[in-house]
Each structure stands twice: as structure tokens, then as C-alpha cells.
Design a protein around this ligand. Structure first.
Ligand SMILES: Cc1cc2nc3c(=O)[nH]c(=O)nc-3n(C[C@H](O)[C@H](O)[C@H](O)COP(=O)(O)OP(=O)(O)OC[C@H]3O[C@@H](n4cnc5c(N)ncnc54)[C@H](O)[C@@H]3O)c2cc1C
Length: 447
């Protein structure tokens, strides 16, 4: 491979560098800064939120247990939701416990305790939390390389396309969604079969009363979600989307989120050419879906497209290899109770072509994310959260939703700050110390 030499034009010095400003990165950066660490958060885009904003994905999936009785994801997630609610940009999950309505996508099961939110409000609130905590935000800043001495990362190289900058830090947190930091640092990473990708879009003009009334009187629809209509339209050649269900969610401000444009084939999500082709194809598909919805679904006759997501929604990508790999069996058996940094109940939810379009099943009880699957196996000062966690496909598909991503981010930000304070590696900080801090900060654990 040919090498090029580039000039370093800027230098930054931090205690903690967080790379990637999605929900897990925001949470990690705020927790690290609140813990006293000088923290930089760099993000390729011009806003925080990642899939939640650029991807238009919502609502936040449930933060409750299986019976929708106890809120089990709290801490920074709750603070974030409360702030959005106070600004009129979210509906509190406690008001969405019944399920079966537009807020839960008319799903009678599994979607109780979701949080519908406005992406615009999300962006403002995320900025505010980071600034108030003292996080140095660097937008339009993409990580391109790392330097490593022994088993420690010493610095990262980033660019905005114009300048190359070096960022030195003591601890590094990978929240890129694709373990880019870990890969660039030569840490072990892995990829499993990748779930199919989708492009969200938003619409207005839904006749909510008509749609609600139709869904309320056609109970079979609440289970089957217009699969017959979609199948028939497919046979007539009017609809080639991969999805078999009406996936439409009511937001807080008259804007509805639609998750129906889907690729049937897996692509290499790390290859820009393939992602470009997918994005072009999905925008075409969305025009077809709008047409289908107008013609076929009661209450949607007069809908208008607001916007399509700025980028393809990538469900699953490369992940960092942690001290442990969380597995489907671990969550089915609620293992790692002693090491828990988050309690979850979201069901396994695999969108994968070779298994039919969609596979979902629920875990019987709450289960746990252990700290050890967020700590690199071979770099002493590297942590990861959100989509970069060390988990197999089954466990990943359950914990990849946003509330657990918030919780993972908070845990690694807390751990990084503790390590910086003690002048040691995150490997040397006990899980009990992290758990105690999470509880002090309003977290929920079942210890
Ligand atoms: C199609 C789809 C539907 C979903 N539906 C739901 C749902 O209904 N409810 C729910 O709760 N969850 C849902 N999820 C899951 C959830 O949205 C994501 O798993 C979660 O938001 C991931 O957050 P993250 O912070 O780990 O990563 P991301 O949101 O992917 O954020 C990563 C960030 O890192 C930045 N970045 C990447 N590389 C670099 C680099 N080299 N340098 C600097 N920055 C970089 C990116 O720009 C991005 O902003 C869905 C996901 C998808 C894709």
C-alpha cells in the first residue's frame, strides 16, 4: 500500500477523547466531563445525535421492563428526556405505556414505554448538555488515524478536510458506530453477518383520527400491519420495498416517522461506493412507498414527504473486541448480574435477509450489559459504547436501541473519568466503583 505524508497543523490536549457524537458518544462525553476529565468529542457531521438526528430514527425504544412497570434505563437518559419534554420536544415514556397507539407504531406488544421526540429539539438539547458539562465539541472532524505505544493509544489524528490535527489524550472512547477508532488503533475488532439497512423518512398530513379509528376497529391490523396489502402491491409490481409491515410512528409535533424503505441485500457498510448506491436507491424507493401509502392506507391519503434521512440507517457494523463478548445466551439467562452497568429488556430484533425479513423474540426477564464488553481486550486505554460494543448478533440486536446506548455511553464516560482521576488505566478501575457512581448519578441497577 502506498503511504502519503501530511502536515499536522493543529494540536489538542485532553484527558478523554470521544470519537462519534451519536447517543452513546454524547452520553460518554457528558459523563467524562462531569467526572472532571477534560473531554473532547469529535464528530464527522455538523450536529450531535448520529442515527437519532442524521438518520431521523425514532422513537427511543422502550426504557421500561417487559411488563412496562419499572423504568430500567435512567441516569443521563432520563435527564435528556426530561429536558426535551420541558422544551416540548418529546413525549414522556410514562405517557406511552399502553402500547397499541400511533406513538408505539400501533404495536400491541414490545413497544410500551417508548419516547417519541423531535430531532430538532434533540440537536439543541444535546449541544446544551455537552456545553454545560464543559465538553469541547469539534464538528466536521473525522478520525483518520491513531498512534499507539505498547498497548496504549497516545494520540489520534483527525481532519475537517482542510487541516490535520493531532489530539493527545489519556483515555479514548469509540462511539463511531463502526469501531473505527478501535480499528485505527490496531485493537481487535470483529464483524458478524450484518443486518439489512433502512432509510427513515418523515411525513405530515396524517389523518390521525381516521388512522386511529381504522386501527382500533381492525384488530387484525394491529397484529399483521397491512402485510396483505403490501404483498398484493408487490405482486402487481407497484411496491418493491423489502419491508412487509406498515412501520409508522407518531411524533410529538404532527410529524410522523416512517421506517419502510429497506435494502433486501446486505452491503458492505464500510465501503462508500456501496453506501452511495444504496442511498440513491432508497430515495427512489421512498417516493414509491409514499405513493403506496396514499393509495392503500386509510388516514394516509393526504400525506406529504417532509424529508428523507441525511444518510443510510446502518443497523450493525464492525465492533470492538472486548474483555468479554455478550451473547444471546447471556441475555436469555440474565448473566453478568455482578458486572452490570445497565439493565435492559428490549427484545432480540434481527433484520436479516437470510432469515426472512425479520426475526424478533422477547427475553423472559430483564438482562444485563456488563462493563467488560465495553473495555478493549488489547488496548489499555480504549473503551467503546453503543453499536461498537462487544456482542454477538443476538445480544447486539437487543441492546443496539437508543436507551441502552445512552446507558453504555454513561458507563464508559464514568469509567474513563475515574481512570484519569486515579492516573491509571481503565483496566485497573473496579466495576463496583463505576456502578456506585452510576447509582449516585440517578442510574438504575439490580445489584
Ligand atoms: C434503520 C434503523 C432503525 C432503528 N430503529 C430504532 C428505533 O426505532 N428506536 C431505537 O431506540 N433505536 C433504533 N435503532 C437503533 C439506534 O438508533 C442506534 O443503534 C443508535 O442510535 C446507535 O447510536 P451510536 O451512538 O452507537 O451510533 P451512531 O448513532 O451511529 O453515531 C455514531 C456517530 O459517529 C460519527 N462518526 C463515525 N465515524 C467517525 C469518525 N471516523 N470520526 C468522527 N466521527 C465519526 C458518525 O457521524 C455518527 O454521528 C435503529 C437503527 C437503525 C439503523
Amino acid at each position: 500500500m502506498e503511504k502519503i505524508t501530511l502536515e499536522i497543523e493543529k494540536e489538542y490536549d485532553a484527558d478523554v477523547l470521544v470519537v462519534g457524537g451519536g447517543v452513546s458518544g454524547i452520553s460518554a462525553a457528558v459523563a467524562a466531563a462531569r467526572g472532571g476529565a477534560r473531554t473532547i468529542l469529535c464528530e464527522s457531521g455538523g450536529m450531535l445525535g448520529g442515527v437519532a438526528t442524521k438518520g431521523l430514527v425514532g422513537p427511543f425504544m422502550t426504557c421500561y421492563d417487559r411488563e412496562a412497570k419499572v423504568q430500567i434505563i435512567r441516569g443521563f437518559f432520563s435527564e435528556f428526556v426530561d429536558r426535551m419534554v420541558s422544551e416540548g420536544g418529546a413525549i414522556p415514556p410514562v405517557e406511552c405505556l399502553a402500547g397499541g397507539d400511533g406513538r408505539s407504531g400501533y404495536r400491541p406488544k414490545g413497544h410500551m414505554g417508548v419516547t417519541p421526540f423531535s430531532t430538532e429539539c434533540f440537536k439543541r438539547v444535546a449541544d446544551a448538555f455537552c456545553i454545560e458539562a464543559g465538553v469541547r465539541l469539534l464538528f466536521h472532524t473525522t478520525l483518520i488515524a491513531c498512534e499507539v505505544e505498547g498497548d496504549e493509544i497516545t494520540c489520534a489524528y483527525v481532519t475537517n478536510g482542510e487541516h490535520i490535527a493531532r489530539i493527545r489524550a489519556k483515555a479514548f472512547i469509540d462511539t463511531t458506530g463502526s469501531a473505527t477508532l478501535a480499528a485505527k488503533a490496531g485493537a481487535s475488532t470483529f464483524r458478524e453477518v450484518v443486518q439489512v439497512n433502512s432509510t427513515f423518512f418523515t411525513i405530515t398530513g396524517v389523518d390521525k383520527e381516521a388512522l386511529d379509528a381504522y386501527m382500533a376497529t381492525h384488530h387484525e391490523m394491529r397484529e399483521r400491519y397491512f402485510m396483505d396489502e403490501i404483498e398484493e402491491a408487490k405482486c402487481r409490481g407497484e411496491f418493491d420495498s423489502g419491508t412487509q409491515k406498515l412501520r409508522i410512528f407518531e411524533g410529538p409535533d404532527g410529524v410522523w416517522t416512517v421506517n419502510m424503505a429497506q435494502l433486501n441485500e446486505s452491503i458492505d457498510e464500510l465501503d462508500a461506493e456501496q453506501v452511495t448506491d444504496a442511498e440513491i436507491a432508497q430515495r427512489r424507493q421512498i417516493a414509491q412507498i409514499i405513493d403506496f401509502l396514499k393509495k392503500n392506507i386509510v388516514g394516509l391519503e393526504n400525506i406529504r414527504l417532509c424529508e428523507t434521512a441525511a444518510e443510510l440507517g446502518i443497523r450493525e457494523s464492525r465492533r470492538m473486541l472486548g474483555m468479554t463478548i455478550l451473547t444471546g445466551e447471556d441475555i436469555a439467562n440474565a448473566r453478568y448480574a455482578d458486572e452490570q452497568i445497565a439493565v435492559c429488556a428490549n427484545s432480540v430484533d434481527i433484520h436479516r435477509e437470510s432469515w426472512g425479513e425479520y426475526q424478533t423474540y422477547s427475553s423472559e426477564k430483564n438482562y444485563y450489559i456488563p462493563l467488560s464488553c465495553l473495555v478493549s481486550r488489547d488496548r489499555r486505554n480504549l473503551l467503546a459504547a453503543g453499536k461498537c460494543l462487544s456482542a454477538d448478533t443476538y445480544a447486539f440486536s437487543a441492546v443496539r436501541v437508543m436507551p441502552p446506548c445512552f446507558a453504555m455511553g454513561e458507563a464508559v464516560g464514568t469509567l474513563a473519568a475515574l481512570a484519569v482521576k486515579d492516573g491509571c488505566s481503565p483496566w485497573e478501575i473496579s466495576c463496583a466503583e463505576v456502578q456506585q457512581k452510576l447509582l449516585e448519578n440517578g442510574g438504575y441497577l439490580e445489584l
